[in-house]
Design a protein around this ligand. Structure first.
Ligand code: ZN
Length: 367
């Protein structure tokens, strides 16, 4: 197969930032082949009120009215059962994102203890909002290598590192699912075979997003290239194979969430601590098609990028999209001619480097 026509993609995990970076990134959503973006709330300060989410929605919509933006709230003490009811009533907020404290970009306000949020999860179950989990336990993220100058011991005795942070989190996923079986939960950006197995083990209310870049990367790529560094980090070849198998399997629990996360180039290179995030938005569907083609699974692209996520989030049932619009808004993917990934997007301080810059991938054309 060298070309295919499918409905526009829906990307169920994007970081669109704010200000200049937002202006650079939002126009690349359709370029990447998506007509719907599920927007993460980790701005500074985080989106933790309904009004903030609605204001952010207006800023995004002003930049591209042809994209459907679904909003999230940042799970924090400001989020109460009353806020959940208010959020659901807006018809623009589809879920709540949980970041364990300190695991990734702008997560300082994140969750320490899930039990205190059980009343919030019960309200989300009642109002049919989705819980989006960044599924990693915090690891030793201190920046000093000599944490305790007296003993040369790390300041924390935690055995969690970026390599086992996701697997360490999986018991929390299973526990939340058993406490709130009707709550729809998405384990975001899975990176391990263990995470895939845990999601399969759960009932139909638990699903997972898989990014484009985790279908390519292993830990070796991350170690040499800050543009491949994100949280959770890519893991072993066996994990990558499990992600690819799940993404191409036709199991509706697994769908696209790119976790496209732009950072200015100067926060990626020439700095002691590179910011975590891979920028994939402008070529989102191209990367997926190219990866699926390499394993002879082009027939699985349509469901993975355009159907399973929409079904899980009930985008038509909830009136966010019409069934006609979804099928009418179509894209064509072509192997030849492909498209060469440009070196940079944006200008000045806002320059951002896309994933696989300089490589040629499948092209996306709007019909
Ligand atoms: Zn993310």
């Amino acid at each position: 197969m060298t070309s295919i026509r499918i409905p526009a993609a829906a990307d169920f995990h994007v970081h669109l930032r704010d200000g200049t970076m937002m202006e650079t990134v939002v126009p690349t959503i359709r370029q990447g082949g998506a007509s719907l973006a599920y927007v993460m709330p980790n701005l500074v300060p985080p989106i933790s009120s309904v009004q903030q989410a609605l204001d952010y929605h207006s800023r995004l919509q002003a930049l591209d009215p042809s994209v459907t933006f679904l909003m999230t709230l940042y799970l924090s003490p400001e989020i109460t059962p009353e806020v959940i009811a208010e959020a659901a009533a807006t018809g623009k907020i589809a879920g709540v994102k949980s970041y364990p404290k300190g695991v990734t970009t702008n997560s300082d306000a994140g969750v320490v203890d899930y039990a205190s949020f059980y009343p919030v999860f019960a309200a989300m179950e009642e109002h049919d909002l989705v819980l989006n989990l960044h599924g990693e336990c915090p690891s030793n993220s201190t920046t000093s290598l000599l944490n305790d100058a007296e003993t040369f011991q790390p300041a924390t005795s935690s055995t969690t590192t970026i390599l086992n942070a996701e697997e360490s989190f999986l018991p929390t996923l299973l526990d939340l699912h058993s406490r709130f079986p009707k709550l729809r939960i998405v384990l975001e950006h899975c990176t391990t075979a263990a995470a895939i197995a845990a999601v399969k083990q759960c009932g139909p209310t638990v699903a997972a997003t898989i990014t484009a870049h985790h279908l390519y990367l292993t830990i070796d790529n991350v170690a040499g290239n800050p543009h491949c560094f994100c949280k959770p980090v890519a893991k072993l070849p066996s994990d990558r194979a499990a992600l690819m198998a799940a993404a191409t399997s036709g199991d509706p629990k697994f769908f696209l969430g790119t976790d496209s996360a732009p950072h200015p180039k100067n926060k990626k290179i020439g700095t002691a601590n590179a910011a975590a995030g891979v920028f994939t938005q402008p070529y989102a569907v191209s990367y997926i098609a190219t990866a699926f083609d390499r394993v002879g699974k082009m027939d699985a692209v349509r469901a993975f990028v355009a159907e399973f996520g929409r079904a899980f989030y009930k985008t038509v049932e909830k009136g966010w999209e019409s069934a006609e619009d979804v099928t009418k808004d179509a894209i064509e993917l072509k192997k030849e001619p492909g498209v060469k990934v440009v070196d940079e997007f944006g200008q000045g301080e806002g320059v951002v480097v896309p994933f696989m810059a300089g490589e040629t991938v499948w092209s996306v054309t709007w019909l």
